[in-house]
Design a protein around this ligand. Structure first.
Ligand code: ADP
Ligand code: ADP
Length: 208
């Protein structure tokens, strides 16, 4: 099953991807995670990407498309994958179409997690990630039960100032993909304002 999770920053894509990985045994491909790993390792690509990420801007398409071309060809994608945070521009979506054609596969579903802007800032500024398990929490909506406070960190770009810029980038560059995939007939909408468990149930119902 080849899936894509679509939605604004903070809509819950990473959170839902973690459940789908377990349920369907297919990997999550998060361009954000791949970029953060490159930043941490101070690779040339990481250093270049960091300039954009710190500013809440999208990283140039050429870098992102390069990452995805390599990643989708890896063996663990043979049974399917969950794209999370990619594509984010029309040129990225067109490059993905070409790549999928080359690999002789197609996207089965694009799941759009709909969450209004007014919820996004609180979600993102309250987001915490575990250094140990990589799990995503929220200080108010999804607090950790069995992880220690000191194992959690806040992403450098999860500040109110940067979120506003990321939301702008989302509306101008990413939102047009909604119609791009609706026109292909593979987009389904989910109310992302429901609880984490309810959203998971809605997604699983759609996929079954
Ligand atoms: P994205 O990957 O789309 O940026 P995340 O999955 O990281 O979003 O979620 C952003 C924040 O919102 C996290 O702190 C997460 O715990 C919280 N969150 C995710 N889904 C929900 C939900 N359905 N209700 C409330 N908070 C949520
Ligand atoms: P979120 O879902 O919370 O916005 P991500 O982890 O997906 O966060 O992305 C973090 C940052 O990484 C983005 O603000 C952007 O700078 C960069 N990035 C991630 N994916 C892409 C992409 N497909 N195209 C361009 N930039 C990206």
């Amino acid at each position: 099953m080849n899936l894509m999770l679509f939605g604004a920053p903070g809509a819950g894509k990473g959170t839902q991807a973690k459940f789908l990985i377990e349920k369907y045994g297919i990997p999550q491909i998060s361009t954000g995670d791949i970029l953060r790993e490159a930043v941490k390792n101070e690779t040339e690509m990481g250093k270049e990407a960091k300039k954009y990420m710190d500013e809440g801007k999208l990283v140039p398409d050429s870098i992102i498309i390069g990452i995805i071309k390599d990643r989708l060809k890896e063996a663990d994608c043979k049974e399917g994958f969950i794209l999370d945070g990619f594509p984010r521009t029309i040129p990225q979506a067109e490059a993905l179409d070409e790549l999928l054609q080359e690999l002789n596969i197609s996207l089965d579903k694009v799941i759009s997690l709909n969450v209004p802007d007014e919820d996004i800032i609180e979600r993102i500024t309250g987001r915490r990630v575990s250094k140990v398990t990589g799990k995503i929490y929220h200080i108010k909506f999804n607090p950790p039960v069995d992880e220690k406070e000191e194992d959690l960190y806040q992403r450098a770009d999860d500040t109110e100032e940067t979120v506003k810029k990321r939301l702008d980038a989302y509306h101008t560059q990413t939102a047009p993909l909604f119609d791009f995939y609706k026109n292909k007939g593979i987009l389904v909408e989910v109310d992302g304002t429901k609880s984490v468990d309810e959203v998971t149930k809605d997604i699983i119902n759609i996929l079954n």
